[in-house]
Design a protein around this ligand. Sequence first.
Ligand SMILES: [Zn+2]
Length: 219
Amino acid sequence: MLIAVDPGHGGKDPGAVVDGYKEKDINLNVALKLRDILTKNGIDVIMTRDKDKTVDLQQRCDIANKAHANYFISIHCNSFQDPSASGTETYAYPGSVDGRNLAQYVQNEIVKMLGTKDRGVKYEKFYVLKYTDMPAILVELAFMSNPHDLKLLLEKDELFAEAISRGLENFLKTTFTGEEMAIQKLKMKGIIDKIHDTKSYVTWGEFASVIIKVLEGMK
Ligand SMILES: [Zn+2]
């Protein structure tokens, strides 16, 4: 299982700026913490950026597509002229069933764990949702322009990361069986070369080549 984590903006593009706080920094904070949590839980992660640098939207899609990531999670913060606007919303590409489901699980956990206003799952043809090959979501964690939300974004970054991770893992549990997850992991480690049906049989030839790969990997 490979998850592409995309911290929005970066480098020359700060995203929203409120009271001197830049969206690009909050996005990266949460994204790096999400990477660490997922990695600890045995899920592989590829980042579209892991420091403050400029990455254009097509590059972000290319990184995920070339790595054949299974899912793509873009992390952003919202902002609006009216400071009373607040809460969390998660976007999926119109018509993407997997995207919609993943978005709903992540949305639910953030609202539950952070107590943010539930603005729901929405559908937009955002660039990174459109040009990624895999189901993709874009999370607007909360509003930087709302004082209460901004405080959460600055102080509870770890909790936002934990919520996204739990939402993703709840989604994966409903989508894949334990056996399917195990096959995904073997493929990620290069021990098998494709995703096999969990009920299909293994020949002695395939069994031998798997054992050799495991032994060679252990040297
Ligand atoms: Zn943004």
